[in-house]
Design a protein around this ligand. Structure first.
Ligand code: PRP
Ligand code: ZN
Ligand code: MG
Length: 226
């Protein structure tokens, strides 16, 4: 049983595509923090809601450990953790609470430009570099393809040129990175955007009320945006 707390803690990306929009969204919900750009912990002023600035990939783990109550993270990162947990037969501890409408991208299979794409069966026996082994394994199983997965936590797009893999499975936003590495997208595994991730179990302390208020404000802000 996680320790009771009387403040809400939200994890957001420290630096990257989601950091500024995540902070701006929470600010538009009426939150403010005693700031210091290089502080990793921002103490909530207007409300007892604190921020933790971390690497996006660490957010699902912080939620699972109960260190944070909510997180703003790409659906791809959240679903990857869910796929890994499911693969190990472990219960889910976090879920997508709201889609936030920014940070849109796709998790795509991308192959060297020279390939003529014939479909997933073409990947049989190939080596695929990715940072998303859980989501990729699920997709490969659905298409009854056996391939070897090369796990890389960054610079995935360079793996084919280095001879480390035949193709990749990575996030595509503008498509610029693929183009620069002579790769082309051929299949989409999932569509992603920033989401608010939260606990599967309800809070047993004052955080329940704080969370309700935060979600009410967030819904108001999201309604105004579309
Ligand atoms: C993603 C992805 C690609 C790049 C694609 O990484 O891994 O490298 O963006 O974007 P593009 O299609 O606009 O070129 P990102 O830097 O967002 O995050 P990461 O550091 O967590 O991998
Ligand atoms: Zn990342
Ligand atoms: Mg990247």
């Amino acid at each position: 049983v996680p320790a009771a707390r009387d403040r809400l803690r939200i994890a957001i990306q420290k630096s990257g595509r989601l950091s500024d929009p995540a902070r701006a969204l929470l600010a538009s919900c009426g939150l403010s923090w005693r700031e210091s750009r290089d502080r990793l912990f921002c103490y909530g002023e207007t409300l007892p809601v604190d921020l933790l600035l971390v690497r996006d990939d660490d957010i699902p783990g912080l939620l699972a450990d109960g260190v944070c109550d909510y997180g703003i993270v790409g659906r791809n990162v959240l679903d990857e953790q869910a796929a890994l947990r499911a693969g190990e037969g472990r219960a889910q501890v976090s879920k997508e609470v709201r889609a936030l409408g920014f940070g849109g991208c796709r998790l795509d299979i991308a192959v060297p430009e020279a390939w003529e794409w014939e479909g997933p069966q073409q990947l049989q026996g190939r080596r695929i570099a990715t940072s998303y082994p859980g989501l990729l394994a699920k997709w490969l199983a659905e298409h009854e393809v056996e391939a070897s997965v090369v796990m890389l936590s960054g610079s995935v797009e360079i793996a084919p040129r280095l001879g480390q893999a035949d193709l990749i499975c990575d996030l595509v936003s503008s498509g610029g990175t693929l183009l620069a590495n002579q790769l082309k997208p051929v299949a989409t595994i999932m569509r992603s955007e920033a989401v608010l991730a939260g606990p599967v179990q309800p809070f047993a302390d004052i955080r329940g009320e704080l969370a309700q208020m935060l979600l009410r404000r967030l819904d108001g802000v999201l309604r105004l945006k579309d």
